[in-house]
Design a protein around this ligand. Sequence first.
Ligand code: HEM
Length: 483
Amino acid sequence: MYRISRATTDYIKRYTITPAGHCETFLTIKNVPRPRSLPILGTKLDFFLAGRGTMLHEYIDARHKLLGSIFCEKLNGNTDLVFISDPTVMKTLFLNREGKYPAHILPDPWVLYEKLYGFKRGLFFMDGEEWLNNRRIMNKHLLRENTESWLEGPIKRTIDNFIAKWKGRAANGCVVLDIESELYKLSTDVIIKVLLGTNSSTFESRHYEELVTIFSNSVKKIFQTTTKLYGLPLNLCQRLNLKVWTDFKESVDSSVFLARKIVNEILLGRHETNGLIKKLSDENMDDETIRKIAADFVIAAGDTTAYTTLWTLLMLFENGEVLKELRRKDGLYVKYVIKESMRLYPVAPFLTRILPKDCFLGPYKLKQGTPIVASIYTSGRDEQNFSNANVFLPYRWDKNDPRKENLSNHVPSASLPFALGARSCIGKKIAMIQLMEVIQQVSNNFQLKFNNIKNIRPITSQVLVPNKHIELCLTLRNYNEKE
Ligand code: HEM
């Protein structure tokens, strides 16, 4: 099922395939549709006008609408990027074309930081055999069947504490919260407790709370400062020591320092713990590799899970009927609510892979090294993949729900919030346990009211985030309230 533009269909008619199945001439990257561009400048101006990348998801969505499900654009650099949004082509990429060591495009500021300071990062930044060996060990403890049985303990305990604190704060009436910071802190706390396990008293002090607050603020700053560097000449900013670069560098320095400090403390007391660090240590993973991988987890966990929680709560606030249904039902409905919110607001709106060898993708023969970008935001909102695509309808994920009959289009593989294949998110089970627990408990225990959400829109700031600061007015739910 290739949804290709009219221009591509014409090419296909022109380039025939012989009965023996041999392609006489095939389509190449030169035939991939591309937007009109200016000499020398290319489409750089369009890109700048679209907010230097902050509206990239909408910019690319508009391109797909114009050019079809496969198109090519250089964006701000000199390399052709091939954008795809067809679910079949995306599946082919992740399951058959990415090779043994799937490679993705790393954010430029991070690459420069690593080069300048010789600092080695975790799983997301590894490649080749190093990545595969470590990934296999991580898969065993985080993704295999039944890993939920050890993950649920530390995660649910952390969320119970979080909800108890919120209840205490809202005990005397409405309390206004900086919801982003609250959720960042929660996600950081959850991942530290996963590293630590359930049978330890390490970090049970007031200082721990302060540490989590300082750490999550500093991680939040990394994402803000990276976004400011979008589209700027990075090497020049660094050589001139401009504030955009030094702000980025300082936020990375302090986040990495603190993340390693946390991991070091767990490593020191590992024999009393039963969490992920103890498990990796028992696999004979060396301490430096544990430090790299675990410190990155603490950094990676914050924004993705925090913003997915925030988008889901916003969707529930705006869709009162769904919130009522969630409070009435237990079990899997909360999972459908989260899947639906990730379909509309995938925190990673683009996924990238670099082709390991020459291969066909859709009708095009592409060369080794070609960067491919899967437009997850577009595929999740395409009417051909999901009927009533822009409406928040969690029941579309429930195959037993009779209302589903009205939704003729449903292509699950068009919504890939955690990616697919060997390099998909290693933290997806952690994230799903956390999301399901926190969304269900917040909905059951509190009334939700957000301030300042008129005309709220998503922007790309590394991940998909709201375009303005949001406050949550938290009130304890009156269980007798009529629903
Ligand atoms: C809602 C929450 C989350 C979402 C939507 C999400 C999404 C993703 C996606 C799409 C990728 C794949 C990137 C690619 O293919 O290039 C990824 C990779 C990764 N994620 Fe997550 N993530 C989430 C939570 C977490 C958490 C809680 C952790 C911490 C354990 C985590 C750690 C990682 C790591 C280390 C990788 C790199 C894996 C590798 O390269 O082998 N993620 N995530």
